[in-house]
Design a protein around this ligand. Structure first.
Ligand code: AMP
Length: 282
């Protein structure tokens, strides 16, 4: 497995691989890899002949009071996991490489970038779309894999790929959970055992909504109030949002029969977690 730190080296490695007829499947991450990330890597293996994983904690997508400095960085352990998965290339640039002095260009997906997490984390999705566009230009993937866990991110990036005619296919892979339902996240390491237990309320709320939708409830307002009452049963959960929206536009829906995304964000202590479930079209 090659670990590439230099942008030009990554660009030439991709160019050479393509010249030899490889299809490149790309998994962008911020590292601190867990089974959720590895599920994307395994999916990538089935899609492309060359798997590239990036590890880059992107300063541009963190707000000034967020956890950029504290974010777990475990490059050595991450590389060992990726090597065991048979990944060919890890791209791990430095912030100075990615954002040299004088960089002025950003990619901004209007409208979508202010919804859900974008509302409570101003500038977050601008940071995400900018870094992902840059990574796409560097890695030149045929396929890029993202997790359903970050559903709003998927909507923003899908729109970016479509609007800018990026020549790649974006693939979404399901959320991986712990046995008790907690969605895997690099931020779970911040949780105390007590908070980890409290955080299970997110999955309980989503499961309840899913069950009610399955038994025929299609009113988003009713489903939302059902979810809110489950969330209220855990007073330690500081709710940020619970929204039922169109998964492509992130606009609220009134009726879920055409399919909907139920997305939730809440903090447990200082740790903000997100989760979601997709309600299928009836
Ligand atoms: P991150 O390192 O948090 O930026 O995540 C990198 C990629 O892994 C993103 O596409 C995430 O959506 C995905 N991901 C994170 N957690 C999970 C999970 N529990 N299940 C599936 N994918 C995940």
């Amino acid at each position: 497995m090659r670990i590439i730190r230099d942008i030009r080296d990554m660009q030439s490695a991709s160019r050479a691989a393509k010249a030899q007829g490889s299809t490149i499947c790309f998994v962008p991450t911020m590292g601190a890899l867990h089974e959720g990330h590895l599920s994307l890597v395994r999916y990538a293996r089935t899609q492309g002949t060359l798997v590239v994983v990036s590890i880059f904690v992107n300063p541009l997508q963190f707000g000034p009071t967020e956890d950029f400095n504290q974010y777990p960085r475990t490059l050595e352990a991450d590389c060992a996991k990726l090597e065991a998965e048979g990944v060919e290339i890890v791209f791990a640039p430095s912030p100075a490489q990615m954002y040299p002095e004088g960089a002025k260009t950003v990619v901004y997906v209007e409208g979508l970038s202010e919804k859900l997490d974008g509302l409570s984390r101003p500038g977050h999705f601008k940071g995400v779309s900018t870094v992902v566009a840059k990574l796409f230009n560097i890695v030149k993937p045929d396929y890029a894999i993202f997790g359903q866990k970050d559903a709003a991110q998927v909507a923003v990036l899908r729109r970016m790929v479509r609007d800018l005619n990026m020549d790649l296919e974006l693939i979404v892979s399901p959320t991986v959970r712990e046995a008790d339902g907690l969605a895997l996240s690099s931020r779970n390491v911040y949780l105390t055992p007590e908070q980890r237990c409290q955080a299970l309320v997110l999955h309980r709320a989503l499961l309840k909504v899913e069950a009610e939708a399955k038994s025929g409830e299609t009113s988003a307002e009713k489903l939302r109030s059902i979810a809110l009452s489950v969330l209220a049963s855990e007073p330690a959960a500081k709710l940020d949002y619970l929204e039922i929206v169109n998964p492509d536009t992130l606009e609220p829906v009134e009726d879920t029969s055409k399919g909907a995304l139920v997305a939730v964000a809440a903090a447990f202590g200082a740790t903000r977690l997100i989760d979601n479930v997709l309600l299928p079209k009836l």
